[in-house]
Design a binder for this molecule. Structure first.
Ligand SMILES: *[C@@H]1O[C@H](CO)[C@@H](O)[C@H](O)[C@H]1NC(C)=O
Ligand SMILES: *[C@@H]1O[C@H](CO)[C@@H](O)[C@H](O)[C@H]1NC(C)=O
Ligand SMILES: *[C@@H]1O[C@H](CO)[C@@H](O)[C@H](O)[C@H]1NC(C)=O
Length: 198
């Protein structure tokens, strides 16, 4: 019986290694890149280039992408930049929904200025494993961000913060008690870390 299990394990391992990342996630990454390029001049990384040159199509090996070794699904996306440039990026939550196992999403300094209609951060609650979101240094008022993130009950770590060069005043009080209670409608019940820099 143990042997059968072991063989099954090896079989799945081969399957994953042979197929690389999930096709839907690979094309979702390319969609994401296209969305960023269209609104923001800063190209984060030439993922499409991996596709064409040397046939390196396994997106689990792409920069800024981390996959689960067991399932081959994307579990972390780090889209952080040094400085957001361009016209600003309108967030579209649906671009992230194909990453069903996503746990960590880093979008700091991404020059996010808002979101397209009905595509706010609240929609990310459809990702049941999402534990950490980093939205530091984007041009959205933290209070607006917070109300959009409130319904993501899986969140454990939330990183907010503003650029010191902007004219934002940080609304007070921002403490975990108030976020867990009425301000968030009990939504962030699993939150254990809140960052607020800037
Ligand atoms: C990437 O490669 C696939 C085939 O592996 C192809 O269908 C797709 O059009 C390519 N995409 C880009 C952006 O080059
Ligand atoms: C948001 O992303 C989805 C998925 O890629 C796309 O179908 C939709 O058209 C986008 N919405 C806008 C307003 O760009
Ligand atoms: C945090 O918020 C709660 C609810 O609004 C409030 O009762 C509490 O005094 C605040 N704590 C601090 C340290 O500001």
């Amino acid at each position: 019986m143990g042997n059968v299990k072991f063989l099954l394990f090896v079989f799945f391992l081969i399957l994953i290694m042979a197929n690389g990342c999930w096709e839907e996630e690979r094309s979702a990454l390319l969609d994401l890149q296209a969305s960023i390029i269209s609104s923001n001049s800063e190209l984060l990384v030439d993922w499409a280039g991996y596709n064409n040159s040397n046939g390196f199509t396994d997106c689990c090996f792409w920069k800024r992408v981390k996959c689960s070794l067991e399932t081959g699904r994307v579990i972390k996306l780090n889209l952080k930049t040094k400085f957001g440039r361009g016209d600003g990026w309108r967030f579209n939550a649906s671009l992230f929904l194909p990453f069903k196992s996503l746990q960590v999403l880093v979008l700091s300094s991404r020059n996010i200025i808002g979101w397209t209609k009905n595509e706010g951060f609240s929609k990310l609650r459809q990702l049941p494993n999402l534990k950490e979101v980093d939205l530091q240094y984007n041009s959205i008022h933290p209070q607006v961000l917070l109300s959009s993130l409130c319904s993501i009950s899986s969140l454990e770590v939330l990183k907010l913060g503003v650029d010191v060069d902007t004219s934002f005043s940080i609304p007070t009080p921002y403490n975990s008690t108030s976020m867990k209670s009425k301000k968030c409608g009990g939504g962030l019940s699993n939150l254990r870390e809140l960052w607020f820099e800037g």
